[in-house]
Design a protein. Sequence first.
Length: 113
Amino acid sequence: MAMTTRQAVYLRFFMHANARHGGTLLHEWLLERARAEGIGGGSVFRAVAGFGRHGVLRETHFFELADDLPLKVEFIVDPAQCDTLLALVREAGADLVYTRNAVEFGIIEGRPA
């Protein structure tokens, strides 16, 4: 079983599900920009409840569709890709909160069964 590890950046963006940028859902815009920059993958996760910097609590309820729940979009990228993506977001004027952390990541390649 081969395993390789690398140093990288864990980049996360936080937004509301219905946030838009230029008429496109912000999380979709962000994924498309990352893909266009050659970033190898990204994921979007929806929270069941949360509040942000403005203190408004949003949560799912049994009989309502919570269309403005918090989302997290995350990437594992090299430092240069992180800087590029952050610069693109700033230049576009998108309204986002982000975190970046140094990480080690690996790929474990198993043998076919």
